[in-house]
Design a binder for this molecule. Structure first.
Ligand code: FES
Ligand SMILES: [Fe+2]
Length: 464
């Protein structure tokens, strides 16, 4: 690290000095929250909407984060973001999803108007204004930089930031191989959680919580104790299974994820395929049995996907390099299963509350006319209508938020080598410090690329 970088990082309030210790104030201190508002959000790529929310020219939706509001419009030239403010005296123009194809946008105060391309089309009594303050550039809606990936439009308020794909790094290739652009929404829900936005994210950054928070998953995973050892009674979990007792248990494991996620990650359509392989004839040897099982199941999942008219890909190959959770700095997630995925986004509301959304995404055929939802279903975080797994994850967060006021540092498991750790929490939090310190774009781009290397990793060198 250069002396200049070190002196910039030293200015960050509650900055990380030891990568294994995360200061608790970062989750509630108002100064820290203001620093994020000033130095992170105006410079980071933010997933603003899924393209399918606004499929036709003139469709629009609104993306809000803290005091910033952006209208995402399907213009004649693709989806673009515009600041959500009348360029006369600032009235907010759009309040949720809709279509402006017939009326355009009309300001309710003095009636200025815009079309679906964000161009001003009408001003009452334009002659009362000096021409230089109402030239085209000043009265068309103010554009916000917009780029696309994974079927989503991302925005960035910083015109000099590296491109979206360069910022995200190799994860885009990995998920691109999984045809992530082709996924469509099966369901979308959201909830306000009484915790800092980063705390909500970190509940999905490691598998270390599975034993206690999701005991049904731990108990249902063959050889689950291989990573973190047996439970308190010292008994191994599901060890010694062989033949189709083992492959049936793998079906059960996928079922537990699918049911626990409301069909997310492993979609019902995939589970119907897996079910056909219950009691299949496999060798007794565990490794050979698992090999025979997946060699039969995965092509069958691909074939079923094709038969629904959707594109598919080499799932077996993708599974070799996949993480169950792929994190996209600063606040977006994709969780691949076979062809389907779940997706998460966390947004701050206050220092101690956030909005978390979950999407269940599935591969759909081009001729599939299922309409995608345009807004999430919002439920209380402790609603029994949430599937079991997110409900279990949410249940810890309000308690952790309160407890953090009585803690000095979070203690992060660095993992064994580069695996089996809580390192992602430290990795992305140190990237955040880089933003708060105002490090240069190239340094931040490289660090983001490293932070986007999936969950369960160790503490990695982010370059500073
Ligand atoms: S504030 Fe919008 S037209 Fe005046
Ligand atoms: Fe969890």
């Amino acid at each position: 690290m250069t002396g200049d970088t070190a002196s910039k990082l030293a200015t960050v309030p509650f900055g990380i000095k030891n990568p294994e210790l995360i200061p608790a104030e970062r989750y509630y201190d108002e100064t820290f929250f203001e620093a994020e508002k000033k130095h992170l959000w105006p410079h980071a790529w933010q997933m603003a909407c899924r393209l399918e929310e606004i499929p036709a020219v003139g469709d629009y939706t609104v993306y809000n984060l803290l005091d910033k509001s952006v209208i995402m419009i399907h213009t004649n030239d693709g989806v673009k973001g515009f600041l959500n403010a009348c360029r006369h005296r600032g009235v907010k123009l759009a309040h949720g999803p809709g279509s402006c194809s017939s009326e355009g946008f009309v300001c309710p105060f003095h009636g200025w108007r815009w079309n679906a391309d964000g161009e001003n089309t009408y001003i009452f009594g334009k002659k009362i204004f000096s021409p230089e303050i109402v030239d085209k550039a000043q009265i068309d809606l103010a554009p916000v930089r917009t780029e696309y990936w994974a079927g989503c439009a991302f925005i960035n308020f910083d015109d000099s930031a590296p491109s979206l794909v360069d910022s995200l790094g190799p994860v885009t290739t990995k998920l691109g191989n999984r045809l992530v652009d082709n996924l469509r929404v099966d369901w979308w829900c959201g909830t306000v959680i009484p915790c800092n936005w980063k705390l909500a994210m970190e509940a999905f950054h490691e598998g270390y919580h599975v034993m206690q928070t999701h005991p049904q998953l731990y108990d249902g995973t063959p050889n689950a104790n291989a990573q973190f050892g047996p439970k308190i009674d010292g008994k191994p979990v599901l060890e010694g299974l062989e033949g189709n007792a083992l492959t049936n248990q793998w079906i059960r494991f996928h079922e537990l994820i699918s049911e626990g996620m409301g069909g997310g990650i492993f979609h019902q359509t995939d589970m119907e395929v897996l079910e056909k392989f219950r009691d299949m004839d496999v060798p007794k040897d565990p490794a050979a049995a698992v090999q025979a099982f997946y060699s039969a199941v995965v092509p069958a999942v691909e074939e079923a996907t094709r038969q629904r008219g959707a594109k598919t890909f080499n799932i077996m190959e993708a599974m070799q390099t996949q993480n169950y959770v792929e994190f996209i700095f600063p606040n977006f997630f994709l969780l691949p299963g076979f062809g389907a995925m779940a997706s998460y986004r966390m947004r701050p509301i206050t220092a101690e509350t956030c909005l978390m959304e979950i999407w269940c995404l599935v591969p759909r055929g081009e001729n599939d006319t299922t309409e995608s939802p345009t807004e999430p279903t919002i439920l209380p975080y402790d609603s029994q209508d949430f599937p079991e797994i997110p409900r279990q994850d949410y249940s810890n967060l309000p308690l952790q938020q309160i407890g953090l006021h009585n803690l000095d540092y979070m203690r992060i498991g660095k993992g064994t080598g580069e695996e089996n750790g809580e390192g992602l929490i430290s990795n992305y939090q140190r990237v955040l410090d880089g933003f708060l310190a105002g490090l240069d774009h190239e340094t931040l781009r490289k660090a983001q690329n490293v932070s986007n290397s999936g969950f369960n990793v160790g503490i990695l060198d982010i370059g500073f």
